[in-house]
Design a protein around this ligand. Structure first.
Ligand SMILES: Cc1ncc(C[n+]2csc(CCOP(=O)(O)OP(=O)(O)O)c2C)c(N)n1
Ligand SMILES: [Mg+2]
Length: 918
């Protein structure tokens, strides 16, 4: 025992500093342990200590848990249930799958095609998938509503092969793998990976951008619970399964939300990590052990961890391992060596594994090399897989991860199995094909294979064969084929017109930012009883910034555990309220998780047949820039909903500096084809955009779109909607907001068209005033609600002209509206010039843009705008220059104007005190 005066280190939570209330008794226990070690050896002592710890945990005395355990299966074999399936028929079916999956990829490498694909990954995971398909996963016709399976992206040839055997895809379809447009006649194109947008009746979850699947699976499981806790849908029988690669677990996104899954108690979620110990280039942890690392990591995050390392034929060896020599060897062998074993043979494994210790060597002395070679990894043993899945689905305490030890390229022969290059091998040599055919028992002759080695035939047993019938029966009993995506759900009742009235009235004398105008509109929409409950507000710790804290006491923050504490502000009106049936998804400081939640909610119309409207509001800088790939995946998954890029603009969030000030998100948004992006100036514009967005996404002819609105934090009077406002213009992208008046000027006064968007519209109005009052130039002001939609319209016209030169040309909206307007066109916004430059091609006259290019910086709004030359004064000077260039005004006017207004002096601006902060 360590005497108290010599305290040892504090060992990972072991409470060495607690008072010892009975020193004598303690000493007796410690002495017993010492005796045990001396008499029976360290191995026995270790076993007893582990047993005591297990018992202590069973009795709930709160001893610290281990973060890692030995490199053996978590489920002892004496606790396993017998396999419920017909092993021979399932094996036959797996052979059919293995053959067709490999051949699907191989055939598409024929000369002139060569479109790539992956063979080895699915080969390492066939059993993991098939146990689920035959015994666990519910399809959409199951009364539970069905499970949600995130398939490992590049294992897709396996899912296609299964769909072919199921009769859902034809051979011609398989030959369309990775040839979505150029496929052979008669088939449908099959996308490389799970892409719902490309195959909307089949794939549900896009997974192949590594790290997105694991995170989205967690938020899918959360969303299922949310629907249930809010009483919208009973999802209690629906389970989320995510199939992931061990290499994929290196992505920060793969691990970044694990604690969230545990905190939410998501026992409806199982990760299956295919630990073939390899990534694309080589071993995941050559010198270490990825399974052990992941075990500690997941346990630390609060997950239930099931290690599935060794197949059944190791059980007798482990049973006979009285002094722990074998376990020790298993523990101390590195992944790099395990991989090399499986790329060699039984003799190699004997020499480099068992013979390392005389005791383990003795265990296999009477075994042949072939017997040693036949020792299986746990992930290739369907009985063990079955027991692991059962344990995972029966565990109630939280999410489970199954770490399944497999071999990459398993069953494909020695050129594939465990080779470093196996990930990218997509062609099989003739000998490999023959070997696979033999192992899979496919009735195709050598002559057939030799006649065209590029195109070995697909093969399916007769439909009435036992193996095929067995498969059909099992899927029928489990509720239909998987994967499958359906969109035949309920419809959403959209809010009545009256809900938009408030927003169209303006804000009177009160100055409010467009963010607040949006929030008020949202409140009005949520009052609609048929619509309100289906809105899912998603906020990453910025509700107060955006003025949404007023939602806390009314619709409350979702927390599956409710609120078990007294909120510090309980006596205030705007108290912080969490509830089990809360409506707000408050994500913490987690934009990535917020997009995960958005995706789950925004695809609920398909996944659950229950349309929900996610409204995710965030700092615009932390949206498309930071989480763009998740938004891309949301688009792939055909999500719908509203992204609100708040605190938008390069200069509007004053003082926050370069990492906050967004001068480019509309450009980033424009790269996502599913996104319709708007930069509105006023609340009434927002109201039309939102109303039309709801109609387009959730109305009678729903489109697969997501809306992005940039909203600002600069307070200004929100004007009442003008009479006969040009709603079409608002929706199409711009409208004439304020025509210049000719009153008081000569009829031949110079003219100009000023275009501005968002927070810049008031600058254009101010420029309009200055131009007329100081220079006699009459300008018209246009509010541009969407540069991006105007561009799309222009591109559409170009495309039609290109493809149908014989037809009358479709005039782009920009051209149509501007072609009869007098004077040059100038544009400004709080974004980089590339934003207004998007419409350049279709502006029918001189077009000059101003913009907030460069990094943002901390300063006041007026100073920043003057410095960047985007404000009213800059617009005036630029207009005078352009008119001079056209020969319409004297050349020196712009210099005079620059001097008069102090164009180059950031102090010569009006003081603006309203700011913004995080
Ligand atoms: C974000 C991202 N980076 C890189 C890739 C390219 N890539 C596809 S598969 C793969 C290796 C996957 O290894 P692992 O996750 O271990 O899966 P395995 O095939 O071994 O089951 C890589 C690097 C990708 N798809 N996504
Ligand atoms: Mg791997």
């Amino acid at each position: 025992m360590i005497p108290r005066e010599q305290p040892g280190p504090i060992l990972n939570g072991v409470p060495t500093n607690l008072p010892d209330t009975d020193q004598e008794e303690t000493q007796e226990w410690v002495d017993s342990l010492d005796q045990m070690i001396d008499a029976d050896g360290r191995n026995r002592a270790r076993y007893l200590m582990l047993k005591l710890n297990e018992r202590a945990r069973e009795r709930q005395i709160g001893v610290p848990s281990f973060t890692s355990t030995d490199y053996v299966n978590t489920i002892p074999h004496d606790r396993e249930l017998a396999y419920p399936g017909d092993e021979a028929l399932e094996e036959r079916f797996r052979h059919l799958l293995r053959w067709n999956a490999a051949v699907t990829v191989h055939r598409q490498q024929r000369p002139g095609i060569g479109v790539g694909g992956h063979i080895a990954t699915y080969a390492s995971a066939v059993q993991l998938y098939e146990v689920g398909m035959n015994h666990f996963w519910h399809g959409k016709d199951h009364p539970s509503g069905g499970d949600q399976i995130f398939f490992q992206g590049h294992a897709s040839p396996g899912m296609y092969a299964r769909a072919y055997l199921e009769g859902r895809l034809t051979e011609a379809d398989l030959d369309g793998f990775r040839q979505e447009y150029s496929r052979p006649k008669g088939g449908r194109g099959l996308p490389s990976y799970p892409h719902p947008r490309r195959m909307p009746d089949f794939w549900e979850f896009p997974t192949v951008s590594m790290g997105i699947g694991p995170l989205n699976a967690i938020y899918q499981a959360q969303f299922n619970r949310y629907l249930e806790n809010r009483g919208i849908k009973d999802t209690s029988g629906q389970h989320v399964w995510a199939f992931l690669g061990d290499g994929e677990m290196d992505e920060p996104e793969s691990r970044g939300a694990l604690q969230f899954a545990a905190n939410e108690g998501l026992n409806n979620l199982t990760f299956v990590i295919n630990c073939n110990l390899q990534r694309l280039d080589g071993p995941v942890r050559g010198n270490g052990k990825i399974i052990q690392e992941l075990e500690s990591f997941f346990r630390g995050a609060g997950w239930n961890v099931i290690k599935l390392i060794w197949g059944s034929n190791w059980d007798p060896l482990l049973d006979a391992d009285r002094d722990g020599a074998l376990v020790n060897l298993m523990n101390s062998t590195s992944d790099g060596d395990y991989q090399t074993f499986k790329a060699n043979d039984g003799a190699y494994v004997r020499k480099h594994f068992f013979d390392k210790d005389p005791r383990t060597s003795a265990m296999v002395r009477d075994w042949t090399d072939d017997q040693i070679w036949a020792l299986r990894r746990g992930g290739h043993d369907y009985r063990k897989i079955y027991n692991a899945y059962r344990a995972a689905t029966e565990f109630n305490g939280g999410p489970t991860v199954i770490l399944a030890h497999t071999i990459k390229g398993y069953f494909l022969g020695s050129h594939f199995a465990g080779r470093n290059a196996t990930h990218q091998m997509k062609k099989m040599a003739l000998d490999d094909l023959k070997g696979l055919r033999d192992r899979c028992d496919i009735p195709i002759s050598d002559a057939q294979l030799e006649s065209d080695p590029y195109q070995p035939p697909y093969y399916r047993d007769p439909e009435n064969s036992e193996a095929m019938q067995y498969m059909f029966e099992h899927r029928r009993a489990l509720g239909g084929f998987l994967p499958e995506r359906r969109t035949t759900g309920k419809k959403l009742e959209l809010p009545a017109d009256s809900a938009y009235r408030g927003a169209r009235k303006g804000s009177g004398n009160q100055k409010i930012a467009t963010t607040m105008a949006f929030v008020r509109l949202l409140k009005d929409l949520m009052r609609d009883k048929n619509f309100g409950p289906y809105v899912v507000p998603i906020i990453p710790d910025e509700a107060r910034t955006f003025g949404m804290d007023s939602f806390f006491p009314t619709i409350k923050i979702y927390n599956p555990n409710g609120q078990n504490y007294t909120p510090v502000d309980h006596d205030l009106m705007l108290s912080y309220r969490e509830a089990r049936n809360g409506q707000i998804l408050h994500m913490g400081i987690n934009e990535t998780g917020s997009v995960g939640a958005f995706t789950a909610a925004g695809t609920s119309y398909a996944t659950h047949g229950r349309p929900m409207v996610p409204i995710y509001i965030f700092y615009s800088m932390f949206g498309f820039q930071r989480t763009g790939d998740f938004m891309w995946a949301a688009a792939d998954q055909l999500a719908k909903g509203f992204f609100l890029g708040a605190t938008a603009g390069r200069t509007t969030l004053t003082g926050e500096g370069t990492q906050h000030m967004d001068g480019h998100s509309p450009i980033l948004a424009s790269t996502n084809t599913a996104v319709v992006s708007y930069d509105p100036a006023y609340g009434y514009e927002i109201s039309h955009i939102v109303q039309d967005g709801l109609r387009r996404m959730y109305g009678d002819e729903p489109e697969d779109l997501m809306y992005y609105l940039t909203v600002y934090n600069e307070p200004m009077v929100q004007p009442r909607e003008p009479e006969n406002v040009d709603v079409e213009g608002i929706l199409k992208g711009f409208y004439l907001l304020k025509e210049g008046s000719m009153a008081g000027v000569n009829p031949d006064a110079r003219r100009a068209q000023l275009l501005a968007s968002g927070v810049a519209v008031p600058w254009a109005l101010e420029a309009q005033r200055l131009l007329k009052e100081d220079w006699g130039v009459v300008a018209d002001v246009w509010s541009v609600t969407s540069w991006g939609e105007l561009r799309r319209d222009g591109l559409e016209s170009d495309e039609q002209a290109f493809l149908h030169p014989e037809r009358e040309e479709r005039v782009p909206y920009v051209t149509a509206r501007l072609q009869d307007r007098p004077g040059p066109v100038l544009a400004t916004s709080d974004y980089m010039r590339a934003v207004p430059d998007q419409i350049r091609e279709w502006v029918p006259t001189d077009y000059v843009t101003l913009g907030a290019d460069g990094f943002g910086f901390s300063d006041t709004r007026p100073a920043a705008r003057r410095h960047l030359h985007i404000d009213a004064v800059s617009l005036v000077v630029r207009t005078l220059q352009v008119l001079a260039r056209r020969g319409e005004l004297p050349v020196d006017w712009s210099r005079k104007a620059a001097d008069r207004y102090g164009l180059l002096d950031v102090h010569a601006t009006e003081v603006d005190t309203a700011g913004g902060e995080s």
